[in-house]
Design a protein around this ligand. Structure first.
Ligand SMILES: Cc1ncc(COP(=O)(O)O)c(C=O)c1O
Length: 397
């Protein structure tokens, strides 16, 4: 039987009333509570009212990052905090170790290069996680390495790296710090900064924090702050020492994105209300349901050995054009899923489940995937993916 998707009676298959759904791993969908707060009349950032906002943000971020350290907030996309984590941590002539298992791992290397920092890359096959032994080996080989740069989740492949194990290894080196890009990680799964001895943790607003893009975050351990003292690379806006001082006074060094800060306060309230344990459990369930659906449809996970709870990278089956599939999601259903980048362009699609997502959101996106695949000629039994996801959701806990 040939399937054609016609919605709301339109011959073109384009819905008359179009709703938009973001299932990209950043930016993600936003809660109305946050949107409404951000729509309030703007306040001035040097008034006491803003200091109150900052005070609550500081508490909320410490809870989220599971740290007693300050978490600094910058008005920039996540890459800004990445850059700061190089320029504030290293000194001229220092060497870094960079885990490169996808686009964002590559970015660590690019930033090091921009600052004239020599780095040793650990090139990990896309779709695989770095093995802790690789870090152990690289550090043993070259004791002059001062910092290890990695991702918690490599968003371009959907891989979750073994941060706890890596931290255990780096922690044995008093003169080396671990820097974790947890832009896709914080607020998704457990990454307790203090308990695991993570030295630098950075994040961004447009993922699990349920905010638009525009804020980045950085938190440093006491050990990492001693590196800042010694750092000699140029910096201005992303000057961690200056920003720490402002943060401690419930201020921001420069004009902050005030409305985003107000939204952040609300998002952090929601996160604290849900509680970290429940938050991590929810993400795990959403991820497990998506993985089960993908498998039930006879599709493969791109990162089967170490999939992240943040997003699912789905291998596009033979004979199906992945770029077209990604495009059709939007054209037919108003759904944005992410395509594969670089060497996996057209070969995978990435479905996000981090932040403001619930069970029925996932059922919806899986149902859309089924309808599109059916229409594109992929052979499987309709409803199998949705059913597999429902079965995961009905299982306790
Ligand atoms: C793991 C990771 N690192 C870094 C970035 C870069 O962040 P931004 O695009 O906000 O600068 C992203 C963004 O998607 C990411 O997922």
């Amino acid at each position: 039987m040939e399937y054609k998707i016609v919605l709301c009676g339109s011959e073109q298959g384009v819905e008359a009333m179009e709703k938009k759904y973001l299932f990209s791993p950043g930016p993600t969908m936003l809660p109305p509570e946050v949107l409404l707060k951000m729509a309030e009349p703007i306040m001035h950032h040097r008034e006491p009212e803003f200091e109150k906002v900052m005070e609550e943000i500081r508490k909320g971020l410490k809870y989220l990052f599971q740290t007693k350290n300050e978490v600094m907030v910058f008005t920039s996309s996540g890459t800004g905090a990445m850059e700061g984590a190089v320029s504030n941590i290293l000194a001229k002539g220092n060497k870094a170790l960079v885990v490169r298992g996808g686009k964002f791992g590559e970015r660590w290397g690019e930033i090091c290069k921009a600052y004239g920092i020599e780095f040793v890359p650990i090139d990990v096959e896309w779709g695989k996680a770095v093995r802790p032994e690789q870090i152990r080996h690289a550090l043993a080989e070259d004791p002059s390495i001062r910092a290890v740069y990695t991702q918690a989740t490599e968003t371009s492949t959907g891989v979750k790296h073994p941060i706890r194990e890596i931290a255990g290894i780096v922690g044995k080196y008093p003169d080396t710090v671990l820097v974790v890009d947890a832009i896709t990680g914080i607020g998704v799964f457990d990454l307790p900064m203090d308990a695991w001895n993570l030295d630098v943790v950075i994040s961004g607003s447009q993922k699990a924090l349920m905010l638009p893009p525009g804020l980045s975050f950085a938190a440093l351990s006491e050990k990492a702050w001693t590196f800042v003292e010694r750092s000699s690379l140029p910096k201005y806006y992303f000057d961690f020492k200056r920003e720490l001082k402002s943060t401690q006074k419930n201020q921001s060094s420069y004009t902050p994105a005030v409305s985003l800060f107000v939204g952040l306060r609300e998002a952090l309230r929601m996160i604290q209300e849900e509680g970290l344990e429940a938050l991590f459990r929810r993400h795990k369930k959403l991820a497990e349901a998506t993985w089960a659906a993908v498998k039930a449809l006879g599709l493969g996970l791109f990162a089967p050995e170490a999939p992240s709870e943040a997003l699912t990278a789905v291998k596009v089956p033979e004979g199906i054009d992945g770029m077209k599939l990604q495009k059709l999601f939007f054209e037919r259903f108003g759904i944005t899923v992410a395509e594969g980048q670089d060497r996996v362009k057209g070969k995978i699609i990435r479905i996000a489940h981090l932040g403001y997502y619930d069970r029925l959101d996932m059922i919806m996106v899986i149902s859309a995937l089924e309808m599109l695949l059916k229409q594109m000629g992929y052979s499987f039994e309709l409803g199998k993916g949705v059913r597999a996801a429902e079965e995961v959701f009905l299982k306790e806990p």
